[in-house]
Design a protein around this ligand. Structure first.
Ligand code: ADP
Ligand code: MG
Length: 354
């Protein structure tokens, strides 16, 4: 079965004067998916979202909605709704009035307005707060009102620019699941902008990781995490340990350290990446690992689910981080400044050629 694309962006270029903010980006958003545009600040995420919404015209390239060219369709005529970072609610109106407003402007019949507002307040768990004003709500509740106000318009696509940026950590995590539930229940297409990789991993069906106006990689959370296409992706998504080396004869030669085995063979200059959770610690040299090195413990950081053990390997300026889980069956004894063996298998490492 092929999944149809609601929105197709083709070769989008956006210049602000001589500066290229979006550099030849092509990407499709599929019917009913939760898509995240992820990347560091300034990489062009908001610009791309504004192009989809119709607030910014690209220098060149095409935006198609259901296969139809949107070039000359103004923002307010696109079946697309955008929720901004600073979700300004009308302070003098109740929750219900805030949510009704767009439908009244669209001159829908009163019976339909009533039914739609009632439904959306229920879906967003706001029914009991319908008569309150925004200043009588918590940050998370205000966030839900802003969402209800956008969703009640039943857009084909909902665009959200850093929607949870203003919330504290616990609330943000709760709202991530809430957004996912709403998107799933209503079967809508969501495109969310975020600079927070954890947020993208938790919420999105697919992620486009952007870098300086380009898309570096598109894929599911696990594809980006487990099969990063470049050093940039491996670095941005999750945590990892890097070694710079040279591929030769099936191994990767690391200066002053020796040879490492990776997931693939490579020739020439490469970056070798091994995630902290794939490295095991031993007090004596283990037999059955392809990569096995002795080092010195320099630091141990406790974080509940386990410890991050920082190990100095011979000739390396960068410490290696090892995740030592709290529930390990036969844990190694870790002592500050003590000797320790680190070991992992080649299939768990990634050899990256750029
Ligand atoms: P992000 O949302 O990923 O942080 P933006 O899309 O807001 O990035 O911006 C991308 C780049 O374009 C940034 O370097 C930003 O400074 C620049 N930029 C954004 N808007 C304008 C503008 N109106 N004029 C000039 N440069 C802009
Ligand atoms: Mg932005």
């Amino acid at each position: 079965m092929t999944v149809s694309s609601v929105i197709q962006l083709k070769n989008i270029l956006l210049k602000y004067g001589a500066f290229t903010a979006i550099d030849n980006v092509s990407v499709n958003f599929r019917e009913g998916e939760f898509f995240a545009l992820l990347g560091p600040s300034g990489c062009g995420k908001s610009s791309l979202l504004r192009i989809v919404a119709g607030f910014v015209e690209p220098t060149s390239g095409e935006v198609l909605l259901d296969g139809r060219d949107m070039t000359n369709v103004p923002a307010r005529q696109r079946p697309i709704n955008m929720m901004f970072q600073s979700y300004a609610l009308f302070p003098h109106m109740s929750v219900e009035q805030n949510v009704r407003y767009g439908l009244e402007m669209a001159k829908l019949p009163e019976a339909e307005i009533k039914a739609r507002v009632r439904d959306i307040l229920e879906t967003t768990h706001l029914s009991s707060m319908a008569r309150r004003r925004p200043n009588q709500l918590s940050g998370g509740q205000r966030q839900r009102v802003a969402l209800a106000r956008a969703l009640v318009m039943r857009p084909r696509v909902l665009l959200l620019d850093e929607p949870l940026g203003a919330l504290d950590k616990k609330l943000r995590e709760a709202m991530q699941l809430e957004l996912k539930r709403l998107q799933h229940e209503m079967g809508l297409t969501f495109v969310v902008v975020t600079h927070d990789q954890e947020e993208a991993l938790v919420m999105a069906d697919r992620i486009a990781l952007m870098r300086a106006g380009r898309i570096e990689q598109i894929g599911s959370a696990s594809e980006l995490y487990e099969r990063p296409a470049s050093r940039f992706v491996a670095d941005f998504i999750g945590r990892t340990n890097f070694f710079e080396g040279v591929g030769k004869g099936g191994k990767i030669r690391i200066e002053q350290l020796g040879e490492l085995v990776g997931d693939v063979e490579a020739v020439g200059s490469v970056t070798y990446s091994i995630r902290p959770e794939w490295i095991r610690l031993f007090n004596s040299q283990p037999a059955d690992y392809e990569n096995c090195l002795q080092g010195t413990v320099e630091e141990v950081n406790y974080h509940g689910q386990g410890e991050n053990v920082m190990v100095r390997l011979p000739g390396q300026s960068q410490l290696v981080t090892v995740l030592k889980p709290a529930n390990e069956l036969i844990p190694a004894t870790v002592v500050n400044n003590g000797k320790i063996w680190v070991a992992w298998n080649g299939r768990d490492a990634r050899v990256l050629s750029h």
